[in-house]
Ligand binder design. Structure first.
Ligand code: FES
Length: 106
């Protein structure tokens, strides 16, 4: 079980992708349809930062800017066909009193 870490994301706006450093990790925060989600920002295909990509609303996925693979925002699941790389690690999010917390292993 990881620790809950507060991240500065209360100002995240609809449709935003934001890259953060959390300890040694690069984490992508996204806001889609009012829901905040988090996954590893470094794409497991070739390491590009997903925070430089965009959201595909139809797939509810982030699209990597390098080779346009799609990862589902809620789960980090690779929803690209054909699947040429794995899923992204996703992180649980908790919103409490306007503050955003991320569960992450240090
Ligand atoms: S680096 Fe992300 S799809 Fe290739």
């Amino acid at each position: 079980m990881g620790n809950w870490v507060e991240v500065s994301a209360s100002d995240l706006y609809e449709g935003e992708l934001r890259g953060l450093e959390v300890g040694e990790r690069l984490v992508l925060l996204a806001c889609h349809e009012g829901e905040i989600s988090a996954m590893d920002d470094s794409c497991n295909h070739a390491g590009c930062l997903l925070s430089g990509g965009w959201i595909d609303a139809r797939k509810a996925a982030v699209i990597c800017p390098c080779h346009e693979y799609a990862f589902e925002l809620r789960s980090g699941r690779n929803v690209t066909r054909p699947r040429l790389c794995g899923d992204q690690q996703s992180f649980p999010i908790r919103v409490e009193g306007g503050r955003v917390y991320l569960q992450i292993e240090e």
